[in-house]
Design a protein around this ligand. Structure first.
Ligand code: UDP
Length: 238
């Protein structure tokens, strides 16, 4: 087992990552597995910030398509990410990992507000920080929140957890000839419209020079390998 090569990481988990075998909501077995893998990183001395999505419960765009006011729908989406954050906190604390949930919208009876300096202080004290409610603004995504927070807290690397083991030239489910990229530049992702994250999130990483690794969260151990500096998934950088 090598030593971690990154001191501080930001892991973006979509709501879908918490679905596991479930159709809706949260699969407790998946949550336990994720908590155990994250806990091991903390044991190895890595500072971990998490940004959690909410797509397993509500997505604003989907609700808006069904006729709802987009801003209200996005508020519901943001609240969904808070619910996921609380579930993840519970799972992590049951693994013995100290955790704080910080929300971009004020819900003080439930969790702390996101304040950058406090978040960094928690990280320095080896607490996992779960950053919920995205950016706190409608019309954004938690991918954009992840890039923004990664830059704000001075993460060494952003990790985007997905269901596939990296970025492919086409959808590998539909096109068997699709090939996986080991590395890409942000410009290649933008020019070729590769589905990595939304454009706002990619541009943020590009402008602020935040390297990104896209990897398969369903493969146990992948997270630890990336943090040890092994080549896993697809790395996107300048
Ligand atoms: N959301 C938002 N502003 C943000 C981040 C998220 O309004 O800064 C809302 C939006 O409705 C989004 C939902 O929260 O659909 C859940 O986030 P996201 O779709 O990014 O979750 P994921 O796809 O990662 O599960």
């Amino acid at each position: 087992m090598g030593e971690p090569v990154y001191q501080r990481i930001l892991l973006k988990l979509s709501g879908e990552a918490l679905l596991g075998q479930a159709d809706y909501g949260i699969d407790p077995a998946m949550l336990r597995r994720l908590a155990s893998e994250i806990g091991k990183l903390v044991e190895d001395g890595v500072q971990v910030a998490l940004v959690i999505g909410g797509g397993n419960i509500f997505r604003g765009a989907g609700l808006a398509e069904a006729g709802m006011d987009r801003v209200s729908a996005d508020h519901m989406g943001m609240l969904a990410t808070v619910m996921n954050g609380l579930a993840m906190q519970d799972a992590l604390e049951r693994e013995g990992v100290f955790t704080r949930v910080m929300s971009a919208i004020k819900i003080n009876e439930v969790c702390e507000d996101y304040i950058r300096r406090r978040a960094v202080r928690h990280l320095e004290k080896k607490r996992v920080v779960i950053l919920a409610a995205g950016t706190g603004n409608p019309f954004f995504t938690t991918d954009t929140a992840a890039s923004l927070r990664a830059v704000e807290i001075g993460a060494d690397l952003m990790l985007k957890a997905t269901k596939v083991d990296g970025v492919y030239s086409a959808d590998p489910v539909k096109d068997p000839s699709a090939t996986r990229y080991e590395t890409l530049s942000f410009d290649e992702v933008l020019d070729q419209r590769l589905s990595v994250m939304d454009t706002t999130a990619i541009v943020m990483c590009r402008e602020q020079n935040m390297p990104l690794v896209v990897f398969d969260i369903n493969r146990p151990g992948a997270l630890a390998e990336i943090v040890r500096g092994e080549s896993v998934g697809t790395r996107v950088e300048r």
